[in-house]
Design a protein around this ligand. Structure first.
Ligand SMILES: *[C@@H]1O[C@H](CO)[C@@H](O)[C@H](O)[C@H]1NC(C)=O
Ligand SMILES: *[C@@H]1O[C@H](CO)[C@@H](O)[C@H](O)[C@H]1NC(C)=O
Ligand SMILES: *[C@@H]1O[C@H](CO)[C@@H](O)[C@H](O)[C@H]1NC(C)=O
Length: 281
């Protein structure tokens, strides 16, 4: 039987011995998870640890709360894979803390944890997490609605661009004649998310068709749909004016334009005649 003093001495002895042996730790020095994958895509996870008088016993990878991979080097079966519903593990290309995941689904989006545990006597555990976003790209390229077959210079253009069913929402933008549309020409993008978590986005563009926007009587409108890092598609529509508004009289120097020049002069004469006979209201 130990009396109080002896108990204290043994306690101090244990503490001093541990101190002389050094600190026991196991820690994760690097965790790597691809930040973005496409639905059905593959990627490498990597977890690197460092041990200080501790001995690694097992490494586990979790997707959200679900453990899907375990490496226990002392076991007769060092790798165990627990088929999660959100991804597949390529067992042939996984070892230690490095895991190849394939066929990821949308629901694999979220945190991935790597957990490294030491064996006795400390049973220390270290854990780190990193996020994965699984991107479901839009079903098809963006679609521009509301373009009429003919416009006149000075008309209001009011059109929408729609990008269907993606996660995360696509970022829509317009260009006019290859120049980004000024901020005031668009309304804030409207996103609608369906029951499958997929978002359809609509961006509205409206502007005054100023003569300077017309090149050969046309203006080219593009709508871009983008998910940064993984997806970019665009669609183009041409705004056509039925009566080309351009300085045909000056262009007349080019022989090929003579018919147009003649037509324009005739039109001009007609307009002048018409206005001189029309009293101002
Ligand atoms: C990918 O996972 C889905 C279920 O999430 C499954 O139906 C499909 O067969 C898998 N594809 C491959 C190539 O393993
Ligand atoms: C992962 O995403 C969550 C929620 O968006 C965020 O709170 C957390 O800080 C992210 N973790 C890392 C390691 O980026
Ligand atoms: C564009 O969207 C707005 C807002 O929903 C709607 O009022 C307008 O009719 C749409 N225009 C076209 C051409 O679809």
């Amino acid at each position: 039987m130990m009396c109080g003093t002896e108990w204290w001495l043994s306690f101090v002895a244990i503490v001093v011995t541990s101190f002389l042996q050094g600190v026991h730790t196991i820690r994760i020095t690097k965790i790597e998870v691809p930040p973005i994958l496409k639905v059905g895509g593959s990627g490498e996870l990597d977890c690197v640890w460092e041990e200080d008088n501790d001995h690694m016993y097992s490494i586990k990878w979790y997707q959200a709360a679900q453990e899907f991979y375990r490496y226990t080097p002392t076991s007769s079966e060092p790798i165990q894979i627990f088929d999660p519903p959100t991804l597949d593990v390529d067992g042939g290309r996984s070892w230690g803390g490095s895991v190849r995941i394939t066929n990821v689904s949308q629901t694999a989006t979220g945190p991935f944890h790597c957990e490294v545990s030491a064996d006795g006597p400390t049973f220390h555990t270290a854990s780190e997490q990193a996020n994965l976003t699984v991107v479901d790209t839009p079903d098809e390229e963006p679609e521009i609605q509301g373009v009429e077959s003919h416009y006149s210079s000075g008309d209001w253009i009011d059109i929408n661009c729609t990008s269907r069913r993606s996660h995360p929402p696509a970022q829509l933008s317009f260009s006019v004649n290859n120049q980004p549309a000024p901020l005031g020409w668009t309304e804030p993008q409207r996103d609608t998310t369906d029951e499958n978590g997929l978002t359809t986005s609509v961006l509205r563009l409206h502007f005054y068709l100023a003569p300077r926007l017309l090149q050969d009587g046309q203006a080219r409108i593009r709508c871009y749909s983008e998910i940064p890092g993984v997806y970019e598609k665009w669609t183009e529509e041409v705004i056509m004016t039925s009566r080309p508004y351009h300085a045909s009289v000056l262009d007349g120097a080019t022989a090929g334009c003579s018919v147009t020049t003649f037509g324009s002069l005739w039109l001009l004469a007609l307009l002048l005649f018409h206005s001189s006979n029309t009293p101002y209201l």
